[in-house]
Design a protein around this ligand. Structure first.
Ligand code: HEM
Length: 145
């Protein structure tokens, strides 16, 4: 297991994840997303024929998140708030399941833990931003298996 930052409790990965692995991860993940019965239509209807634009954005997002490369500049929260009418809370569990499946295919367990930890934290905050309602406490529901 990678060491943890004593102050934040976050895992510290001593070396960068190579860019070609990030590209493969993103490409495979969105192949799965596009084939998924619920997520596929959400992404395809929103992104349409702009996948050539979305995928490179996601390469730079993940290289910024995983390697602190600083190459991504965007506002994921704002992008997802505009999807509120199309997305339901269980979509987050589905998203995370496909992401974990992709990681298990490509990375050693230590890296799976590191990358999945980042994704699930971001998913949690996006989901809270989209759906949190103090009158109706929300958490990401586990997917029925
Ligand atoms: C229910 C789960 C999710 C759905 C349905 C979803 C859907 C989408 C869609 C349709 C877009 C394109 C928006 C547009 O171009 O107008 C998008 C953008 C994006 N998503 Fe998600 N997403 C989900 C979860 C996540 C998670 C968990 C992450 C990160 C770990 C993430 C990161 C991003 C980023 C970085 C963008 C690009 C924002 C920008 O334009 O700069 N998404 N998402």
């Amino acid at each position: 297991m990678y060491p943890r930052d004593p102050e934040t409790g976050r895992l510290i990965r001593p070396i960068r994840i190579p860019n070609d692995q990030i590209v493969t991860m993103v490409d495979r993940f969105y192949e799965k997303v596009r084939a998924h019965s619920e997520l596929g239509p959400i992404f395809n209807n929103t992104i349409g024929d702009k996948w050539d634009h979305h995928l490179p954005k996601m390469y730079s997002f993940w290289s910024s998140v995983l390697n602190s490369s600083g190459t991504y500049s965007g506002n994921p929260m704002a992008a997802h708030i505009t999807l509120k009418e199309k997305v339901v809370p269980p979509n987050f569990g589905q998203w995370l399941t496909l992401f974990k499946e992709t990681l298990d295919e490509l990375f050693v367990p230590e890296d799976v833990e590191f990358i999945y930890g980042k994704a699930s934290n971001i998913a949690q905050s996006l989901s809270l931003g989209m759906f949190y309602n103090p009158a109706s406490p929300h958490h990401i529901p586990p997917e029925a298996s």
